[in-house]
Design a protein around this ligand. Structure first.
Ligand code: MGD
Ligand code: MGD
Ligand code: MO
Length: 782
């Protein structure tokens, strides 16, 4: 067993947004971006303050007042809480799990807990949670992600490869920088999102590659409603597309190239199947509509001449067709991926250095990083005895319609009947769409357990709330297969209140359910980390280098492993020899017509790429409606650190800021600094107005992540803080992928002239004594 004391001289820690040196300063401990990071993220500036925020942190285990009285979940928002000692909290939680399991079976427990939690390898909430629930008999889990579900389901059908394989096989940035002359960036390539790498990153490199590309003369065409969706060095041209219409532009470019006889028929014949069907569709053989530049111009609101000019230019350039993840987070989100891949096939440049097709450049830091991956060990999760899983963003449908049938990934499935939700390390009242609908669905289960470090909107809607430590309050290992740095994540501060690590919490529950030995395998936390490190030593040996023993690593605190360049070209093996390296599709090729999808007879996802009008879009909007872009926030990771100094410094009148074109703002009598109400049939929220001429006038931007603060006002139930997910639509992309469609939303806007309701969500919920009634005169809250 190893000791807990670390003698490291220059302590460090790592988050999804970057790596830091831990320093003492006159104002206390500070995190300084490490010297190797040329473009550190702004997000880290709010980290320490958010974690030291005693009001937002959950200090002690708490149980909802109404739940203790058996209210059945009706008051599962805005209720008071009773703080209980850990032993009692764990007793209650374990006996609830046991009760539900005995009465309904494990398939009544929903436990996937989608969300980003922390970057450390051992204290990874989901690994711990899933290991625990699997040993306890299993749970209903989730499939795919909110990030790119449409791609995750579609790619295997049309390429035989998983989204992970496509991402990890992405053509390397240096090849793009050195060979590509024109990058068509649907959804842009944004420095805002490239700040993040799942699992953490020590340095940020995307800016430097984009700069190198621009120096070499590459031009980026930023195809996005926002001019700012590209990196400053990118030598950009801006095509201000109407949201949700990229497919029409992709098809018109393909059509015009084909009509001019400039497409690469030999490539289509050799490497694709179904190009003839797709060409007939483009010509309008069935629907009588040729997918010309003039046709697309009406849909995309881009001049037909500009589309034709681009179509003439493409075959003469060395082109990368790049699609940001956000473009498929929309109704029929399968289509822009498929149509973009088809366009790249018609150009015939797939397999050439720096050219072809790419998905997710800039959406996070890793896609296109030209190094080898090393798969480090992680906490084993075991096997889930329950086979039920739902597509991740169908959670409200599941809760509202147990027993209902739905189609997904080529099959028919039935929603399970959930009686207990256990959520740890994720925030559905941040990430899900149509939060008013989720709030209703959330009242149906008998018990909701939430494990988090902060009083998120989800924790405030739980019956049992268990306080977890944050990544700053424990020692962990930073091991990311995509990063050459192995780092001891040092403990920065003592746990807030009575918070315990996720592992410690599950260990306590496991003991009560008689599975402690199976859960811990006899190891304490230090023992587990040493065990993980021993696994790393094995992996390293296989990769051709040695790692020191764990005690030595803990003394050094930071190792940089030998990095091997691995410059990749997506599909290169297949292109080199399509017979020997046939793709694992039925045809062995890229499927521009996919019989397996056609056979599903889905009207919202037929057998080849199609243009389908989205559920809401500007092409069918009422006067005054704007398209809402709810993109990722600059200064936070989703809802994380919204209470921290950096995110707070950007609020105006305490509200999240929405951005409009100055002319649009003027039409609504708004100016920078005003507060507006954004609303539609699903909900409404307040946000402070900022004006920017670098965007489409019919679009409004409200980034995700302002902590949900629903309050009853004379205008109905309003999120007074600025969370876009009270406005978004809760519907799947199609019966194929069932991904979320966050970017498909129309809203109305008006000036808010009433007194501003105070923001309450950064104050803790009301704490009451067990016998006290919440409506008794309020005592001391915290
Ligand atoms: N409108 C709209 N909605 C969107 C999107 C969009 O583009 N538009 N994007 C979607 C996407 S791509 C994503 S990935 C999701 C993100 O959705 P989430 O990943 O759910 O969002 P986060 O705010 O990162 O939530 C992580 C939670 O984990 C908690 N946490 C952190 N560390 C720990 C820990 O060590 N232990 C425990 N127990 N908890 C911890 C944090 O406090 C936080 O509450 O949002 C989706 N929602
Ligand atoms: N700072 C920061 N960075 C992050 C995150 C964060 O929370 N904060 N989250 C990370 C996560 S989990 C993910 S999944 C990635 C997501 O990465 P992305 O999906 O690439 O990011 P988004 O901001 O959702 O969308 C990118 C842009 O797409 C544009 N867009 C929206 N609709 C359309 C459309 O119909 N057509 C076109 N052409 N463009 C459109 C918007 O202008 C938006 O700015 O970001 C990661 N990076
Ligand atoms: Mo994501």
């Amino acid at each position: 067993m190893t000791s807990n004391k670390s003698p490291v001289k220059s302590p460090k820690t790592v988050a999804h947004w970057g790596g830091y040196e831990i320093k003492d300063s006159p104002v206390g401990t500070v995190l300084v971006p490490n010297a190797a990071d040329d473009s550190p993220s702004v997000i880290g500036r709010g980290w320490v303050s958010a974690m030291q925020d005693k009001k937002a942190r959950i200090l002690r285990p708490a149980v909802r007042w109404g739940w203790l009285r058996g209210d059945g979940g009706a008051a599962r928002n805005d209720d008071a809480y009773v703080e209980v000692p850990w032993d009692e909290a764990l007793d209650i939680t374990a006996s609830e799990l046991a009760r539900v399991r005995d009465l309904y079976g494990n398939q009544a427990i929903f436990g996937g807990s989608y969300g980003w939690a922390s970057a450390g390898r051992f204290h990874h909430c989901h690994s711990q949670l899933r290991r625990f629930l699997n040993l306890a008999g299993g749970y209903v889990g989730q499939k795919d992600t909110y990030s790119h579900a449409a791609a995750e389901v579609l790619f295997p059908f049309i390429t035989g490869l998983s989204n992970k394989q496509i991402e990890e096989g992405a053509t390397s940035w240096p090849l793009i920088a050195d060979h590509c002359t024109l990058m068509l960036a649907f959804g842009g390539v944004s420095g805002r999102t490239a700040q993040i790498a799942s699992g953490g990153t020590w340095a940020h490199e995307v800016d430097s590659w984009v700069e190198r590309a621009a120096q070499n003369g590459m031009q980026t065409v930023n195809i996005s409603p926002l001019k700012s969706d590209y990196l400053p060095g990118a030598n950009p041209m801006w095509l201000s597309i109407r949201p949700g219409t990229d497919v029409a532009l992709m098809m018109a470019l393909t059509y015009e190239i084909m009509a001019a006889g400039e497409h690469d028929q030999a490539f289509l014949d050799r490497y694709t199947t179904g190009s003839a069907e797709y060409q007939r569709y483009l010509k309008g053989d069935q629907d009588g509509v040729a997918k010309t530049a003039d046709w697309a111009a009406q849909i995309c609101d881009i001049a037909a001449d500009d589309i034709r000019a681009l179509a003439r230019r493409l075959p003469k350039e060395r082109v990368m067709i790049s699609v940001a993840w956000g473009v498929q987070r929309a109704d029929h989100g399968e289509q822009p991926i498929w149509a973009a891949l088809a366009l790249a096939c018609f150009l015939g440049q797939i397999g050439l250095p720096g050219q072809g097709f790419g998905f997710g450049y800039g959406s996070t830091a890793p896609p296109g990083r030209p190094k080898r991956f090393i798969s480090w060990p992680s906490v084993p999760q075991g096997r889930n005895p329950v086979s039920d899983q739902i597509p991740v963003s169908r959670v409200a449908d599941m809760l509202l319609s147990p027993g209902a049938a739905y189609s997904y990934d080529g099959g028919q499935w039935i929603y399970p009947d959930i009686k207990l939700i256990y959520w740890g390390g994720g925030n559905p009242f941040h990430h899900h769409q149509d939060l008013n609908r989720l709030e209703k669905a959330w009242q149906l289960p008998e018990t909701v357990i939430v494990q988090d470090h902060s009083w998120t909107a989800t924790a405030r809607r739980a019956d049992i709330v268990l306080p977890a430590t944050s990544a700053l309050e424990r020692e962990d290992l930073f091991l990311n297969r995509r990063d050459p740095n192995l780092i001891l994540m040092q403990k920065v501060m003592e746990p807030m209140g009575d918070a315990r690590s996720d592992h410690e919490i599950f260990k306590g529950l496991a003991a009560r359910l008689g599975i402690e030995e199976a859960f811990t395998e006899g190891r304490d936390e230090a023992g587990w980390k040493a065990w993980l490190w021993a696994g790393c030593q094995e992996v390293a040996k296989e990769a051709g280098f040695d790692l020191p023993d764990y005690e030595t690593f803990r003394e050094i605190g930071h190792l940089t492993i030998p990095e091997e360049d691995q410059t990749r070209i997506l599909f290169s093996d297949f292109i080199a020899d399509p017979k020997a390296n046939a793709l694992p599709t039925p045809s062995g090729k890229i499927e521009l017509y996919c019989q397996r999808i056609a056979d599903l007879s889905l009207t919202d996802c037929p057998g080849h790429p199609v243009w389908l009008p989205p559920a809401e879009w500007l092409g069918a909007a009422n006067t005054g409606q704007l398209h809402l872009v709810s993109n990722q926030p600059t200064a936070r990771l989703h809802s994380q650190l919204d209470n921290g100094a950096e995110s707070q410094s950007r609020k105006v009148q305490g509200r999240e800021v929405c951005t409009l074109h100055p002319e649009t703002a003027a039409q609504f009598g708004l100016q920078t600094g005003d507060v507006a109400r954004l609303f539609n049939a699903r909900g409404s929220c307040l946000a402070a107005v900022h004006c920017d001429a670098g965007m489409r006038p019919d679009v409004i931007v409200l980034p995700t992540g302002a902590w949900l603060d629903l309050q009853d006002t004379p205008h109905g139930r309003i999120d007074v803080h600025g969370n876009p997910n009270v406005l978004t639509i809760d519907k799947g992309t199609s019966g194929l992928a069932q991904g979320n469609i966050a970017h498909t939303t129309l809203v109305n806007v008006e000036k808010w002239t009433d007194p501003l309701p105070p923001i309450r969500v950064f104050e803790p919920p009301r704490m009451v004594a067990r016998d006290e009634h919440p409506s008794d005169p309020q005592g001391d809250a915290a």
